[in-house]
Design a protein around this ligand. Structure first.
Ligand SMILES: *Cc1c(COP(=O)(O)O)cnc(C)c1O
Length: 414
């Protein structure tokens, strides 16, 4: 996170000291850097400048309205996976004509909402979904633009929970069946075949699976052309990794060059669906140390952020750097950094050397992606507030949830 730096020992994001945000808004608190978000988006725009393209930000990585609004103003499209995400994109000023709709379980109501809004494309993941979409579009007197999400069966070499492009995954249609499915789609009256799509996994640190998937998809596009089916776009999904610890993520410029070569002379527009790589390193989670608890084998730092605020460590054993916000005077000790939730899985990081005392602030880094968007109310904990930093200014972009708000939808039976 390179918008993060220290001035006289105090950690700042852009020009704002993090301790002032904690004082003002409380903890746990998600904090994002506008500059980092824009820099990440511009890096994509530059890397793929040689190929006509559209960057469809994958909303599930972080669906906060202020971030969606920022990307919409930069010209982004959006990759959504639910009707709720569509509503957010529209509320944030996003252009429905730049929205692609992914996901294996689109409901009839979600299809209607997306047809009503006039989205760019449905990324269809099964034959049953194709028939449902054809029927609903017909009922509405519309034509649904579609692509198939094909499963190219390449190993993305990432964590099994975030790998999606293998034969055993639930996603997409097998690439071997795609040609027959495209012929079927072309014969259905309320559908218009416009593209093809794949997304093989997340947090990829190697370019070669992405390049392999692109080759397999392009070969299929050429086969489809022989069947008289021509496409307007080729969507190669997201999945580019970021640095959490010591990973070396793929070089975007190199990825851009690889695809520029493959797309040279082609007529289809390139679509990309990056999520993590646009937001992950633009955000952090601020937390306060509640208790230091020395143990026989381990010392625990019990903080006020937990797995309901940041689920990635519990879910994928993911690593997040944890740093003291202000340089202290206590000597460093090794701690397991854990939350207050009644689960052994409620940890943020193991065996971290930290010079901290009770009441001190910690910053959990690289928390912009799959942090707030996965937050829950487990243990009846209100979800965090969020702040967007912009140079020396800051904006509260989401208020902390209240206890009343958490109970607002509930009713007693009599
Ligand atoms: C999650 C997802 C993405 C974004 O993945 P990242 O690894 O965050 O870039 C893109 N496309 C689809 C279909 C997804 O499910």
């Amino acid at each position: 996170m390179n918008t993060l730096h220290r001035i006289d020992g105090r950690l700042h994001l852009e020009d704002v000291a993090l301790d002032t945000l904690a004082e003002r808004f409380g903890t746990p608190l998600y904090v994002y850097s506008r500059q980092a978000l824009e820099t990440a988006y511009r890096a994509y725009a530059e890397a793929f400048a040689a190929t006509p393209h559209l960057i469809c930000y994958a909303v599930k990585a972080n669906s906060s309205l202020a971030l969606l609004n920022l990307f919409a103003r930069l010209g982004a499209g959006f990759d959504i996976v639910s009707g709720g995400e569509l509503a957010r994109v529209l509320a944030a000023g996003g252009d429905a004509g730049k929205v692609v709709f992914s996901g294996v379980g689109k409901s009839a109501a979600e299809m209607r909402a997306a047809l009503e809004a006039g989205i760019l494309c449905f990324n269809v993941e099964s034959e049953s979904e194709l028939h449902r979409l054809n029927r609903i579009a017909g009922e509405m007197g519309r034509v649904a633009p579609i692509s198939f999400r094909v499963n190219p069966d390449v190993d993305p070499k990432t964590h099994p929970y975030i790998s999606t492009g293998l034969k055993q995954n639930k996603f997409g249609v097998p690439i071997a069946q795609a040609r027959a499915l495209y012929r079927l789609a072309a014969s259905l009256p309320h559908l218009k075949v416009t593209g093809i799509d794949c997304h093989i996994g997340s947090q990829l640190t190697d370019l070669s699976p992405l390049a392999d998937a692109a080759d397999r998809v392009l070969a299929l596009v050429d086969a489809l052309a022989e069947d008289g089916i021509t496409l307007h776009h080729i969507d190669l999904g997201g999945g580019v990794g970021i640095r959490y610890r010591d990973e070396t993520p793929p070089d975007l410029a190199a990825y851009g060059r690889v695809l520029a070569q493959k797309f040279a002379g082609r007529r289809e527009r390139l679509l990309l669906e990056p999520g993590r790589s646009l937001v992950g390193n633009a955000g952090l989670l601020l937390a306060r140390v509640e208790y230091l608890k020395p143990g026989e084998e381990k010392n625990f730092a019990i903080i006020d952020a937990a797995m309901n605020d940041l689920m990635r460590p519990a879910l994928y054993e993911a690593y997040h750097d944890i740093v003291a916000v202000n340089a202290g005077t206590t000597p460093a000790q090794r701690y397991d950094v854990v939350g207050p939730i009644c689960e052994t899985g409620d940890f943020i990081g193991f065996a971290r050397d930290l010079a901290i005392g009770e009441g001190d602030l910690l910053a959990i880094l690289s928390a912009g992606a799959y942090g707030m968007s996965m937050a829950s109310n487990y243990n009846s904990r209100p979800r965090s507030a969020e702040v967007l930093v912009d140079k020396n200014e800051f904006h509260l972009i989401r208020e902390r949830e209240t206890q009343k708000g958490m109970m607002a939808q509930e009713r007693l039976p009599c």
